[in-house]
Write a protein that binds this ligand. Structure first.
Ligand code: NAD
Length: 446
């Protein structure tokens, strides 16, 4: 029986299209085909693979607008953001591939020893819906450059944009080097349990743990970029306006549906009144609305379940005594109106878990030690941000996070890795070290 996955516009639930859900036999067959294609793909060498990637990704350039519109309609982000993500994906592919080539060239370790980077075999790339092309691209490109073939499973929320992107790339790539399967968690599980050698995953912490448990049977290689609950500390001598602008922009980016979105803010009580009123003033200028309406900067929440989760977090904070300066739990689908909460306490869900909605949640501190201790009291460790002057650098060194921003957001520049600490990640991508994780390291002596 043909099982269908339908894709809906989160704005009005209009059906946008559908894809065929891959059956267990089809997934097995696709992985087998990927294996068969792998030796020829590896045989092209780094330069041959780079040339294919450059040609395939540049073939997507004329489709940037089409892809961006589909992305906007499938997951709700406004067209400027979708355009930026799509263009970054299409132009970033060859850039990542070029960097990966540098990382994967054989190199001498001295004393007649050479280090080589060989393919692992078939890589499963499993991705989320919030940045449906960028997140997948960050894993697909280095996996291919390392000589692996790829079986890609996009999120069930964004199958159409993923399908179109892969179809465009496959006009150039050799057959079965990059294949796509569709479905939900069930198809992800089947892929993880298949004969793939590497699982490169971006998604939630809970699913990351499930994947790790399943992959352990064959000790499959894992690269996992997982959820976060990023703290921000605002010190006494911070530029209050700059801190407030950053706090709101980061908390509301992509309707708050961003892994490194600022989820918890700890502000020195000496400047808290001023900071909170600046935040509220800035937040009240944000507008919810559809992807193609000018001036909109918060789109619809991706689906009803996610909307309910955000409302539940806000309601929990209200019940436990938070002050609502803007918005609140009285929200109507598909939007979450910009919300600002103060008086966040350690027992609230939003202090402890990822909310993933346009909510600024603030708590006051008396000492920097207290702020650092609350910021670090989390199983997550993706990003952390410090605003301030005198003690900012020292405070930054105390943060238990993979990426720390001082008076700016995280994720720096150049070819820095994208990396989470604690339970926000396992392995990482980007940078020479990151690209090498997609390969089997081999040491040849003599
Ligand atoms: P999710 O974990 O629910 O799903 C991600 C993907 O995994 C989807 O394709 C899904 O179908 C698949 N999947 C679900 N169950 C599976 C299973 N048991 N085995 C294999 N695959 C399975 O995440 P989501 O809701 O799509 O995305 C949001 C989450 O992703 C947030 O937690 C966010 O912080 C995180 N994220 C992290 C980063 C990062 O770089 N660290 C970037 C973007 C998103």
């Amino acid at each position: 029986m043909d099982v269908i996955l339908k894709s809906y516009d989160p704005l009005n639930n209009e059906k946008l299209g559908e894809v065929h859900v891959s059956s267990p036999d089809e997934i097995k067959n696709i992985v087998t085909q990927a294996y068969k294609a792998s030796s020829n793909w590896y045989g092209l060498g780094l330069d041959g693979r780079l040339a294919f990637i450059e040609k395939a990704w540049s073939g997507a350039e004329p489709h940037i607008q089409e892809l961006a519109q589909l992305m906007s309609r499938e997951m709700g982000k406004d067209i400027q953001r979708a355009g930026g993500e799509t263009s970054g994906t299409v132009h970033g592919g060859p850039y990542i591939a070029g960097e990966a080539k540098k990382a994967l060239c054989p190199r001498s370790a001295g004393r007649g020893t050479t280090i080589e980077y060989r393919p692992l075999g078939v890589a499963a790339v499993i991705s989320p819906w919030n940045y449906p092309l960028a997140m997948a691209n960050n894993l697909i490109v280095p996996a291919l450059m390392a000589g692996n073939t790829v079986v890609f499973k996009p999120s069930e929320e964004t199958p159409l944009v993923a399908d179109l992107f892969v179809e465009i790339l496959n006009r150039v790539l050799p057959p079965n080097v990059l294949q796509i399967i569709h479905g939900c968690g069930e198809q992800g599980k089947i892929l993880v349990e298949s004969q793939v050698n590497l699982i490169a995953f971006t998604g939630s912490q809970a699913v990351g743990k499930e994947i790790m448990a399943r992959a352990s049977k064959d000790l499959k290689r894992l690269i996992m970029e997982l959820g976060g609950n990023d703290p921000m500390i605002v010190l006494e001598d911070a530029d209050i306006n700059a801190a407030a602008r950053f706090a709101v922009a980061s908390a509301f980016e992509n309707a708050g549906q961003m892994c490194i979105s600022t989820e918890r803010i700890y502000v020195d009580e000496k400047i808290a009144d001023h900071f909170e009123s600046e935040v509220t003033k800035i937040a009240s200028q944000y507008r919810t609305g559809p992807w193609n309406m000018p001036g909109v900067n918060i789109g619809p929440i991706v689906n009803k379940a996610q909307h309910e989760k955000v409302v539940q977090h806000i309601k929990d904070a209200e019940i436990k005594g938070a002050n609502i300066l803007l918005g609140g739990s009285d929200q109507v689908l598909p939007y979450i109106q910009p919300t600002v909460i103060t008086g966040m306490t350690t027992d609230m869900i939003m202090e402890n878990d990822e909310t993933f909605g346009p909510v600024v949640a603030i708590s006051r501190f008396k000492t920097i030690d207290e702020a650092v201790s609350r910021a670090n009291n989390s199983c997550y460790g993706l990003g952390a941000v410090i605003f301030g002057k005198k003690a900012a650098k020292k405070t930054a060194t105390r943060m238990e996070a993979g990426m720390v921003g001082i008076n700016q957001g995280v994720g720096g520049g150049g070819d820095a890795p994208w990396v989470g600490a604690k339970q926000s990640g396992f392995g990482f991508h980007g940078s020479l070290d990151g690209h090498r994780q997609f390969a089997q390291v081999r040491v040849i002596s003599g």
